[in-house]
Design a protein around this ligand. Structure first.
Ligand SMILES: Nc1ccn([C@H]2C[C@H](O)[C@@H](COP(=O)(O)OP(=O)(O)OP(=O)(O)O)O2)c(=O)n1
Length: 155
């Protein structure tokens, strides 16, 4: 029946992706934020399924993934290279240029997540450890309003 269908759990990754996409389209936050889904672990799993289904794992060694990621960073750079400074939110870009950027940033993200997986770096946990280090290195009280590198401070 209809009620059962509305509450039915997604049965595979494609159904989950469609649900998350729909959630994203409906979002209109006042200030820009990311959608909560997919998580990094979701992205890791979706890419693992994508490569498994194609028997591509044999090609996805850490070095290959690193080079693929850097190549995609280059594609992001191409979108910016002949422009002047770009304002937050890219107000002067066309919808198609923004979508292109979203694609290229996603390629970087997908390869980054898979690179971390294949190197056994638990990326979300590693990011938390790195934030703790960054806070120690750059105490807000000390560096407020200054973009100097930590080695430039004399005290
Ligand atoms: N061996 C591969 C090839 C592709 N992909 C996936 C991950 C990326 O998200 C995307 C990259 O695809 P392409 O190499 O075709 O690169 P682009 O999408 O950037 O296309 P183009 O190079 O034409 O701009 O597809 C992958 O996982 N493994």
């Amino acid at each position: 029946g209809g009620a059962a269908k509305e509450t039915a759990e997604p049965e595979n990754s494609l159904e989950l992706e469609l649900i998350w996409l729909r959630n994203g389209v409906e979002r209109q936050p006042e200030k820009f934020t990311f959608s909560p889904q997919p998580t990094l672990e979701d992205i890791r799993r979706l890419q693992a399924e994508f490569t498994d289904e194609r028997d591509w794992n044999q090609f996805h060694k850490p070095r290959n993934l690193l080079l693929a990621m850097v190549g995609e960073v280059g594609e992001v750079s191409e979108l910016f290279q002949w422009r002047g400074e770009v304002a937050e939110g890219l107000p002067d870009w066309t919808e198609s240029e923004r979508e292109q950027l979203a694609h290229e940033l996603s390629d970087v993200m997908i390869y980054l997540v898979e690179l971390a997986e294949k190197c056994h770096v638990d990326l979300p946990q590693a990011v938390l450890r790195k934030f703790a280090l960054n806070r120690q290195k750059y105490p807000a009280s000390k560096v407020h309003g200054s973009a100097k590198k930590y080695t430039e401070y004399t005290d």
